[in-house]
Design a protein around this ligand. Structure first.
Ligand SMILES: [Zn+2]
Length: 478
């Protein structure tokens, strides 16, 4: 049995100022192009990825594996056509050479310069080439579902946690159903549907109601016999026709049951929709609260509008400026993305003083803002190549690469300055730079929900800080 296994993952924020060329898809690695072949096994086997699960299951079946591509990029603007062409040609070329099954780790919210449904467009092309080959895909919970995704796949399932700590388990759910299908033990049939709502991402966590109960219901459906059951919160920062929430249920040959279960998931989400609304606190009030908190820390200051994992540039300075102006002490800030400032500080050298113009390089026309850099002076404490491996629970074992990285110490704030976007969702993003986040009074994190994976257990308090950034939904008054 010959299987094609591949990954192509990008969550597209159509309002983001950050471009998405092919080189962005080598996330975690040092190549200018995505991994292929044996490189994929070396990078992803035994990691918290769906591809890792696919490899494990394929090896257990004694299948021959063809691995044309593992491409993953942090969220940003529409994928450049040339990048999309390269990635989809790699996958389709491997399928065209002949195979008995296809397992793909996709995202579900990829928008390209030419297509608002990057995944469905790929799957339709595959189906035209290989109409009868079993095809199963794992998707992110932030999928914006399109009919072409469902019409051109046999098995579709998404994560059931946010933070996404079940990426590997989702690969197992998809892969097990897929091998049952290949062995002729099941005949998967799918039902999908959507509701016209855009849950606010800050209200989508699976620790919080109502997504907690919705995901519990999906899990119960699987333990009761559905092959896969998924509720997708959707990704609201995409100005496309079908952005929003959806559900997909896969059963063994029972279309009516799949439709019934799909409706249960969608009805529950719709009934509870007001809980998906997020109340924004003015930034000055957030700082006033944070500055008088009695806990030793860490107190998490969440710079959520500039979250890299939603397409933020990570170079807006509003929240960090507030921290410096308020005189908060014993702070570690992750992170400002500014490759030019990094080079200036590397030239200054470890232990030396440096004054840099930091951040604010990108204008944000979708919210009518221009970039506002900040002059910051401090001591260069550490210089790193910016590579680290996740400890988990999210993406355990997966390598990250934030490019040349410097820790600038102002005396009160240790500012981590990186060269390419990296969301702080893993303890190792601090640990790899010699900073113990448990020992800090304040942690500024440019994140929204995923930070919980790495830091929720150590956080004494959390203060949402409504700064500015590419996650403003494109609304000037949000
Ligand atoms: Zn997601």
């Amino acid at each position: 049995m010959r299987l094609v296994i591949a990954m192509m993952s990008h969550e597209t924020n159509t309002f983001s100022t950050v471009p998405t060329p092919l080189s962005r898809f080598s996330r975690g690695n040092t190549h200018p192009v995505p991994l292929e072949g044996g490189e994929i096994i070396a990078a992803y086997k035994e990691t918290g990825s769906a591809v890792g699960a696919f490899i494990e299951l394929a090896e257990a079946e004694g299948a021959e594996m063809v691995l044309p591509l593992a491409a993953a990029a942090w969220p940003s603007g529409p994928v450049e056509d040339a990048a999309y062409q390269y990635m989809t040609d790699r996958i389709c070329g491997a399928i065209e050479a002949g195979c008995d099954g296809i397992l793909l780790q996709l995202h579900g919210a990829m928008v390209t310069e030419s297509h608002e449904d990057g995944e469905g467009t790929l799957l339709a092309r595959i189906r035209r080439m290989a109409p009868d080959i079993p095809l199963a895909i794992s998707l992110d919970m932030h999928t914006n579902m399109y009919p072409a995704i469902i019409d051109n796949a046999d098995i579709v399932a998404g994560y059931q946690t946010y933070p996404h700590v079940d990426v590997y388990e989702t690969g197992l759910r998809v892969g097990r159903a897929f091998f049952q299908m290949i062995r002729g033990e099941v005949r998967p049939t799918m039902a999908w549907g959507n509701r016209p709502m855009l849950p606010h991402v800050m209200r989508q966590g699976s620790d919080d109601s109502p997504n907690r109960e919705i995901q519990q219901l999906a899990k119960k459906m699987e333990s009761d016999g559905a092959l896969c059951a998924s509720f997708f919160t959707g990704f609201p920062h995409a100005d496309i026709r079908l952005a929003g929430s959806s559900a997909v249920v896969v059963t063994d040959g029972d279309q009516r049951l799949a439709e019934e279960l799909r409706d249960q998931l969608l009805d529950l989400a719709w009934r509870e929709r007001t809980k998906f609304v997020y109340q924004i606190e003015p930034l000055a009030e957030s700082f006033a609260r944070a500055s008088v908190m009695v806990e030793d820390g860490p107190i998490v200051l969440l710079d959520h509008y500039d979250n890299a994992a939603s397409g933020g540039s990570m170079d807006t300075m509003t929240v960090l400026k507030g921290i410096l102006d308020a005189g908060l002490e014993d702070v570690a800030a992750f992170a400002i993305c500014d490759p030019e400032a990094v080079q200036t500080m590397i030239a200054a050298g470890i232990g030396n003083e440096a004054t840099v113009t930091l951040g604010g390089r990108a204008d944000m026309p979708s919210i009518g803002r221009v970039g506002e850099p900040l002059r910051v002076a401090g001591t260069v404490r550490l210089i790193s190549d910016g590579r680290f491996r996740n400890i988990g629970p999210m993406g355990k074992g997966v390598m990250n690469n934030m490019g040349p990285t410097v820790v600038l110490d102002t005396g009160k704030v240790e500012i981590i300055v990186i060269s390419t976007q990296q969301e702080p969702n893993d303890f190792a993003c601090f640990q790899s730079l010699g900073i113990d986040p448990r020992a800090k009074r304040y942690l500024m994190l440019k994140s929204r929900i995923h930070w919980r994976a790495g830091f929720k257990t150590i956080a004494k308090q959390v203060v949402d800080c409504a700064g500015v950034g590419g996650v403003h939904l494109g609304l000037r008054d949000a």
